[in-house]
Ligand binder design. Structure first.
Ligand code: DGL
Length: 247
């Protein structure tokens, strides 16, 4: 099994981490559109156009599957990517909503969806969650989290002030969906901000559970081949991949 992982930039490495832990693939080809990140503030047509270009790029690799690690792309461009691709294309939004329903029985649970401006505006998570009969949903576009992670600013005072800014008018959630590739890198800090029973949904773990449900994996691969591509500064992407993934 050869998989392509697409993200607007470096954030999708958080999904690659989960894929590596699951040992599902023989080869992982990562493409980050670092020259044009962020997608989360772009309009629908632009996001679709860039995503189709990524599918064209992946055609060089004879893939069995493409995963869109990017929540913004998953929210807007999945249908168009499927039309353009020669292999199945899966996204993280549906997987994230299913992860909520696999972990929670109480349909009244208060679910907070965090994402980029575009992901939240798309209402994609709400639609998926409504289908699964979850109705008590709050959403928040927390765009500032993206540059904080990109700049690796993990100063507690800065983060707490940012969390207060975004969350002070919200009800205390039971579940937080980390609906953006970058947000799992803030998990430790978000965990200490919200009540301790809060459940966090991570796109990487959600997509692994989804893949195991939807596809048959007849064997595991302990040492997958990894290839990293970026539309700008590929060495920068490879350096961060080594740091984040410990490879
Ligand atoms: N990868 C994007 C996402 O998961 C976050 C960064 C961006 O705005 O491009 O939505």
């Amino acid at each position: 099994m050869k998989v392509g992982v697409f993200d607007s930039g470096i954030g999708g490495l958080s999904v690659v981490k989960s894929l590596l832990e699951a040992n599902l693939f023989e080869e992982i080809v990562y493409f980050g559109d670092t020259a044009r990140v962020p997608y989360g503030i772009k309009d629908k047509n632009t996001i679709i156009r860039y995503s189709i270009e990524a599918v064209e790029f992946f055609k060089n690799f004879d893939l069995d599957l493409i995963i869109t690690a990017c929540n913004t792309v998953s929210a807007y461009a999945l249908c168009e990517m499927r039309e353009a691709a020669h292999c199945p294309v899966v996204g993280v939004v549906q997987a994230g909503a299913l992860a909520v329903s696999n972990t929670l029985t109480c349909k009244d649970a208060n679910i907070l969806v965090l994402g980029t401006k575009a992901t939240i505006a798309s209402k994609a998570y709400e639609l998926e969650l409504h289908t699964l009969e979850f109705m008590n949903i709050q959403t928040k576009a927390t765009g500032l989290f993206v540059p904080l992670v990109e700049e690796q600013i993990y100063n507690k005072n800065v983060l707490d002030a940012t969390f207060d800014y975004y969350f002070n008018d919200l009800q205390e959630p039971d579940v937080v969906i980390l609906g953006c590739t970058h947000f799992p890198l803030l998990l430790r800090y978000l965990k200490s901000y919200f009540k301790k029973e809060t459940l966090f949904i991570h796109s990487g773990d959600a997509i692994v559970a989804y893949l195991k449900r939807e596809f048959v994996f007849s064997r595991t691969y302990m040492h997958p081949k990894l290839k990293f591509f970026a539309s700008e500064n590929p060495d920068g992407l490879k350096k961060i991949a080594r740091e984040w993934l410990g490879i």
